[in-house]
Write a protein that binds this ligand. Sequence first.
Ligand code: NDP
Ligand code: HSE
Length: 429
Amino acid sequence: MRTRPLKVALLGCGVVGSEVARIMTTHADDLAARIGAPVELAGVAVRRPSKVREGIDPALITTDATALVKRGDIDVVVEVIGGIEPARTLITTAFEHGASVVSANKALLAKDGTTLYDAAALHGRDLYFEAAVAGAIPLIRPLRESLAGDTVNRVLGIVNGTTNFILDRMDTAGAGYSEALDEATALGYAEADPTADVEGFDAAAKAAILAGIAFHTRVRLDEVHREGITEVTSADLASAQRMGCTVKLLAICERAADGKSVTARVHPAMIPLSHPLASVREAYNAVFVEAEAAGQLMFYGPGAGGAPTASAVLGDLVAVCRNKLAGATGPGESAYTGLPVSSMGEVVTRYHINLDVADKPGVLAQVATVFAEHGVSIDTVRQKGKDGEASLVVVTHCAPDAALSGTVEALRKLDTVRGVASIMRVEGE
Ligand code: NDP
Ligand code: HSE
């Protein structure tokens, strides 16, 4: 074993960073044995230097992250600050000054992964980011390496722990939305700005990363259709329960049947209770990968939280350190297919629509006509009348999303339709 240590700079020492530092210290001997050289924490950049950080030598703490990554003797920079800047500049500076990088920053990778990949390639460094998608779950490496010889057609799953935690609490414990969000934040699952979680930005960033790797193409964040969970009500969850379903925020990346384009989307969806994703509770994540030769694979585990995420960071750290010692680099960006990303309108899906309508003769026929005019076939209809008004629940067969949204738009214009109480896509059947 080499005795000279590999030097690691830790950028950020919050929920994830503090756990990375703890494991590096408590498992130093095991890490050294697995890498073939000791790893030494050479500096820790934070915003608030006076904060007490258990187990970390105060002499390592600095607020000058730029000076740390420019030192020239740093082998690996672990970026767990989050956000776009200064993280992006720090990462590219680290590459310029000789370090490889491990990051958990999905927001940055989805927004500007190309800049990071290019800078890593230019300087012959590694860029690893297992922790950026689905917390502790090994998913990036299986997609980038284990499935590199296969053709992935679909990646579908729950990739945001916070929203899964909130929906689960609302569904199974009758908790309110705000109360459940506060709990997820206190447990360290939510982003610094939890809007990123609840509005679907975090899951969309992960979908862009997954689609890019799975389909060997570049998928921009603004090409991912995004809806969050802020409009999911307890009435939606109750309605889902009546249908033998639950509601989950799903990320779905698909290759078109002709193989010539891809789609990526994030939205809440009803899924049957019999579907494996329905039993994914709390902040757990689960992702199905469908590949031509491998068939269907499922990845499941803790999707957020300090220690689980640190596990993924440490796995990358070991891999990057081994590469350093071998004088090699791991896989870089693979975007050779250049497949275009189709819009949400072209996605084929099903809708569950809850309408408040006038309870009088001919209304059902009128509603059915609108569906027919848009080429959308109805699977089931359930009506419950009360005092001259009725609640009409329509579940459609599969149709292009554009036809389904056109149907809803036309329904809103009918005099007999008092309102569209909720619309939710149905997946997993
Ligand atoms: P935290 O907010 O808990 O920690 C952020 C850390 O970065 C803090 O230590 C903070 O310093 C430091 N920091 C912020 N700005 C600067 C700056 N300009 N210069 C130096 N240090 C700075 O975030 P998390 O640990 O939760 O998340 C970190 C990253 O990991 C994010 O990209 C996040 O998306 C990702 N991630 C998080 C997961 C989770 O479950 N929390 C799971 C998977 C990925 P100070 O301590 O002084 O405030
Ligand atoms: N805020 C993220 C989540 C952290 O809740 O999934 C893990 O990426």
